[in-house]
Design a protein around this ligand. Structure first.
Ligand SMILES: Cc1cc2nc3c(=O)[nH]c(=O)nc-3n(C[C@H](O)[C@H](O)[C@H](O)COP(=O)(O)O)c2cc1C
Length: 387
């Protein structure tokens, strides 16, 4: 942020660009140590379940809501519930992404268990599957950890502490074919289809960019959907350390504006406010230089399929990390709120996933990019409940 921009902002009483970290923030100052402590990995733990959970909580989760609750009441078992106070009703009205975000957790838990020679027997929805419209209090999974000499460690485990969602500008060079193959191989055991688009399909690539850009614009100019992000924005070290979740922003300018009362998070900016147009410009600059896109499609879309799609996504992102590649999910066009319907149809058509038989569960930018810092985590204790 330069001084000129800051003055314009202060004079106009509005925020310029890069307010939201959704599109990316090059100037994010370091987060407070306690907010990112979890990324050092768990230390010695008397109860191996706490050790595996120390890795599971590093899973990607939409809006970094970390909606995982675990009950350790039964020996050698972890019962996973969804914290129903941590949902995204506007942008994720069917809680599909929340279910995927439970799949990512289960996958990292499984990788950590393997590291300890434990087989994670995962029973999804042991008391019955949630309906398609909403979640309820029943468990998402019951996981039994069983010592098993036949269990092999998975090399993806070594990527858990290195994996981060990367919202920066990506380099123009394309992912090498061997890297794409490694990502594909990482999800071979799942009943899903993955795909990539790059410069070999220039028309396709342009269509991916156009859909991503328009979907992002819609999310920004739809007050109730942008407010859902504002509600979980954590600005500055005190908020980031206090909440250790949500979307963190620590740039000097946004912190200053917040302190001065010039960044009002209680109402959505108008479509022509600099807060909106700056975000669109920033995102478009990144999208037009994104060299490749990745997607993951399932046949069917029941709750188990969604959780398993999350497991597959976690593996794909860890495999990409191992290949030195960055990913950023692009969820907007996949979201089931009415304003996105045309783009939802557009992305499904583009990746040849006709509805309703197929669902694009995940769609991401893919490329090489400078490293980013880890996102905050609340720590294992914050997730433990007693039933
Ligand atoms: C189902 C799902 C959807 C997501 N959608 C988006 C998205 O649309 N845009 C984005 O920048 N990140 C998205 N993310 C990434 C999360 O914001 C990210 O995982 C979270 O902030 C924690 O950061 P980390 O992945 O670096 O640990 C998504 C993650 C998941 C699992």
């Amino acid at each position: 942020m330069d001084r000129r921009q800051f003055i314009r902002v202060a004079g106009g009483g509005v925020i310029a660009s890069a307010v939201l970290p959704l599109a990316g923030c090059a100037l994010s100052g370091d987060y407070p140590a306690e907010a990112v402590q979890a990324w050092k990995g768990p230390g010695e733990e008397a109860d191996v379940r706490r050790w595996v959970l120390g890795y599971a909580i590093l899973a990607p989760h939409s809006h970094n809501l970390q909606s995982w609750l675990v009950d350790l009441g039964r020996p050698d078992e972890i019962t996973l519930y969804c914290d129903l106070t941590r949902l995204l009703p506007e942008t994720d009205p069917l809680s599909r992404q929340i279910m995927m975000s439970h799949g990512t957790f289960v996958e990292l838990l499984d990788l950590a268990a393997r590291q300890k020679g434990l087989r994670a027997d995962v029973e999804l929805f042991p008391q019955g599957e949630f309906g398609p419209a909403q979640l309820d209090k029943r468990p998402v999974a019951r996981i039994r950890l069983v010592p098993d000499a036949r269990v092999n460690p998975d090399p993806l485990f070594g990527q858990i502490l290195l994996r981060h969602t990367n919202r920066e500008a990506y380099e123009p060079r394309e992912p090498v074919p061997a890297a794409l193959q490694a990502i594909t191989d990482s999800v071979a055991s799942h009943r899903i289809r993955v795909g990539f688009a790059g410069s070999a399909q220039p028309e396709q690539l342009q269509k991916h960019r156009a859909i991503a850009s328009e979907a992002w614009r819609i999310e920004l100019v739809t007050p109730r959907t942008i407010m859902e992000s504002y509600k979980v924005l954590r600005v500055g070290p005190a908020e980031i350390a206090r909440y250790r979740d949500g979307l963190s922003i620590n740039t000097p300018m946004v912190r200053a504006l917040t302190t001065l009362g010039l960044f009002d998070r209680s109402k959505a900016p108008g479509p022509h406010d600099a807060a909106t147009t700056g975000q669109i410009k920033d995102f478009n600059a990144k999208i037009t230089t994104t060299p490749a896109f990745f997607w993951l499609v399932t046949e069917g879309n029941d709750r188990k399929t969604q959780v398993n799609a999350g497991r597959a996504y976690a593996r794909a992102q860890l495999a990409a990390t191992a290949q030195g590649l960055a990913m950023q999910p692009l969820s907007q066009a996949l979201q089931e709120y009415p304003e996105q319907a045309k783009l939802y149809a557009g992305i499904h058509a583009l990746v040849e996933a006709p509805q309703p038989r197929f669902t694009v569960q995940m769609w991401t930018r893919l490329g090489y990019a400078p490293p980013v810092q880890p996102a905050p985590r609340r720590g294992v204790d914050a997730h433990i409940v007693t039933a």
